[in-house]
Design a protein around this ligand. Structure first.
Ligand SMILES: *Cc1c(COP(=O)(O)O)cnc(C)c1O
Length: 372
């Protein structure tokens, strides 16, 4: 048996007719940039979040970059986030010229440890970016409290957490602004790069929308900011509108796959992802933790299972950031050697999961891989 890490083509086939119709309608309309699909997607995604204003942009990275820029954050400012994330979170901070300050994670959820936040805040801190990593929400109340004390905004990185709940609240509606990615592999994925900024602050969202469109104001060819070109295009917006309708169902299937892994792997010497009692995890990734991670990874690969590591090198150890950080991040350094992401996409079958679990059990019992 082969179990791919993810199967985006199969996901497309489930909605092939509706996606094809949406794409054809855009092509036939002759309107490819900033048309009705982008406006409708912004409206629909905002309603799905429970009533936020939304600016669609061309990636999750640009969503973070543009919101920082809209807030006037730049050189000399510090922005606090984590090292254990997709490098994009930190790249966006670097792109506005601000200084990223990295805090360690809680080993149980792999998310920012709010208990360590105080030690990372200085008079120069201008924002905190908690990352709801793997689909599990950050413990937001202490983060909001620390930010409020200093009068600085919290910008949620929701790139992996569409639909996750923190104490019953949708992530993306808790901080001053939230950034989403619709990269193809994300829980809501386009057929290319896409992202969005959401906020209850209409003015902030309007500024992001303007910055993403050359800095143009209300009137065409009248520029109020030195912006860039970071628009979402109509084709991607049309596809996202179709996929948004299926998002809650897909999240339910991710959660069902996670529940099945918990049954199948119960009692084995491998730590399964924790879901805090106040959290609704959306399992963008199903990340387990085990001592001989590299051994298990190799065993699964030889058995035809597409397991992965998210992420093998934390930001503070990336060559691109050599000599940039001197903070000690022991939990981050320990986690990266032990984490393994198991295939848990919405279309995975119970038979595939049984096979994966059987291979993990065989490895933990010290057997050679079968079916290679
Ligand atoms: C994917 C991702 C991003 C960036 O999104 P892109 O759309 O790929 O630019 C930012 N933060 C996190 C945590 C991500 O997983």
């Amino acid at each position: 048996m082969k179990v791919p890490y993810i199967d985006l083509a199969a996901e497309y086939r489930e909605q092939e007719e509706r996606i094809d119709a949406a794409v054809k309608a855009v092509l036939a309309s002759g309107n490819y940039v900033l048309g009705e699909n982008v406006a409708a997607f912004e409206e629909e995604f905002g309603s799905w979040l429970g009533g936020a204003a939304v600016a669609a942009v061309n990636s999750g990275t640009d969503a973070i970059y543009l919101v920082l820029k809209a807030m006037g954050i730049g050189p000399g400012d510090e922005v606090v986030t984590v090292s254990h994330t997709a490098v994009n979170t930190v790249l966006a901070v670097s792109k506005v010229g601000a200084t990223p300050v990295l805090v360690d994670i809680e080993p149980e959820t792999f998310c920012l440890d709010p208990g360590l936040l105080a030690g990372s805040l200085t008079v120069r801190t201008r924002a905190i970016i908690p990352v709801h990593l793997y689909g599990h929400p950050v413990d937001m109340d202490p983060v909001l409290e620390a930010a409020a004390e200093r009068g600085i905004p919290v910008i949620e990185d929701c790139a992996q957490a569409h639909g996750a709940l923190y104490r019953g609240r949708m992530v993306g509606t808790i901080g001053a602004a939230a950034c989403f990615s619709f990269y193809p592999t994300k829980n809501l994925g386009a057929a290319g790069d896409a992202g969005a900024v959401a906020s209850s602050d209409q003015g902030l969202v309007a500024k992001v929308r303007s910055l993403a469109n050359c800095g143009q104001g209300e009137e065409r060819y009248h520029n109020v900011y030195r912006g860039e070109v970071s628009r979402l295009d109509e084709l991607q917006a049309a596809i996202l509108r179709v996929k948004l309708e299926a998002l809650d169902d897909a999240t339910g299937r991710r959660r069902a796959a996670a529940a099945l892994y918990r049954e199948l792997l119960a009692g084995l010497d491998i730590a399964l992802p924790l879901e805090r009692e106040w959290a609704r995890h959306v399992y963008h990734l199903f990340v387990a933790r085990t001592r001989d991670r590299d051994g298990l990874l190799e065993h699964l690969r030889r058995a035809g299972v597409g397991a992965m590591v998210h992420y093998p090198v934390p930001v503070h150890r990336q060559p691109a950031y050599a000599d940039s950080f001197d903070m000690a991040l022991p939990e981050t350094d320990r986690a990266v050697g032990e984490i393994i992401s198991l295939p848990a996409y919405p279309g995975i079958t119970p038979a595939q999961q049984e096979y994966v679990a059987g291979q993990i059990a065989a490895f933990l019992r010290g057997q050679a891989p079968a079916g290679s």
